[in-house]
Design a protein around this ligand. Sequence first.
Ligand SMILES: Cc1ncc(COP(=O)(O)O)c(C=O)c1O
Length: 403
Amino acid sequence: MKLDEVGKTKEDIVNLYETYFYETFKRFDFIAESGHDAYLVDESGREYLDFMAGIAVNSAGHCNKKVVEAIKAQCDDLIHASNYCYTIPQAMLAELICKSIGFEKIYLQNSGAEANEVMIKLARKYGKDNYGENRYKIVTALNSFHGRTLATLAATGQPDTAIQHNYDPFIPGITYAEYNNLKSFEDACDEDTIAVMVEPIQGEGGVIPADEEFLKGLRKLCDERDMLLLFDEVQTGWGRTGSLMAYMDYGVKPDCISMAKAMGGGMPIGAMCTSAKLALTFGPGAHGSTYAGNPVCCAASYAQISEIIDNNLSKNSKDMGEYFREILKTLPEVKEVRGRGLMIGLEFTKDIATDVKYNAQEAGLLVTAVRPSVIRLVPPLNVTRDECDKAKDILERVIKKLI
Ligand SMILES: Cc1ncc(COP(=O)(O)O)c(C=O)c1O
């Protein structure tokens, strides 16, 4: 929809938001009307270089042609059927995902939080089915982010923040340990612990990569104590960190992996994949969702993942990420540039992230502030060197103005 098509002004639309919405986001002062490649276009036709990419979603660019074609074609055939029916897009997508990232089983969901929710449910059920009533505990990391449903909120290790405030009591059995501290995880796991759950790179927590030794240590710990290793790859998945899944780059394979964001090309879809040893945990009635695996979302996801694989966007993510991180280091007031591939955190010496974000938007660049001193840059994986240069120049101007 465009403003002139619905006969409204920008002010009309903003008023509708103010009247009807629970506003849990502070929005940019423009209407996102269309998008192409690395650009989001507002109601006046102004183009913003989009290094938020819909919060790490539009990895093959806005309105990627293959994704759009797949959505249109699937809408002509079938929009929804229910999970009582076999559908072709679901089957094709399941095979594509499992074969390309090396897992045996998949459960399709509608979002990242739901993908994690089902991963937590599966781990609990696996523990109780196989080891008895008390084996359901899960240890997650402090500073993590796993979603906003009640179980994933419990798994999110951010006590005393607005994210969790007054939503307690949470589901029992989830405790936190310190990220990148193997000893802390060893101590937090007891005989009732069935799983350890981490992000290979903490995204919302400030783009903090796991140390390789830490993830390898967690794998060993889980093997020794007969626990499951769960990776939340909702944000890191599908080329973002320079390999199809971050676990591949680290060389540490989890028993269960969740994904969402980039896999749908902008359509709401998520998934959990597991190794064969978990295959018998879910049978009829054990879990379900009306929309999960919706044919249009699956067709979009098939096209999006094919674009990422066929165009080797993981490689571009790796190469461009290296280049971009190097030039970002030359910016003023930069304390650290971190991340892998095109999942980049830029930490400043001062708490200027929010100011940088809004000033960058005014200057034509979209980024997110994930901590008071950290902005996150997650451009589409097919971003060019010129676009990275342009983003760096805008940031340079903005930072100089702010200091
Ligand atoms: C690592 C991680 N897990 C889970 C989620 C939740 O995903 P969604 O917003 O699709 O529910 C996010 C969202 O930012 C995320 O970054």
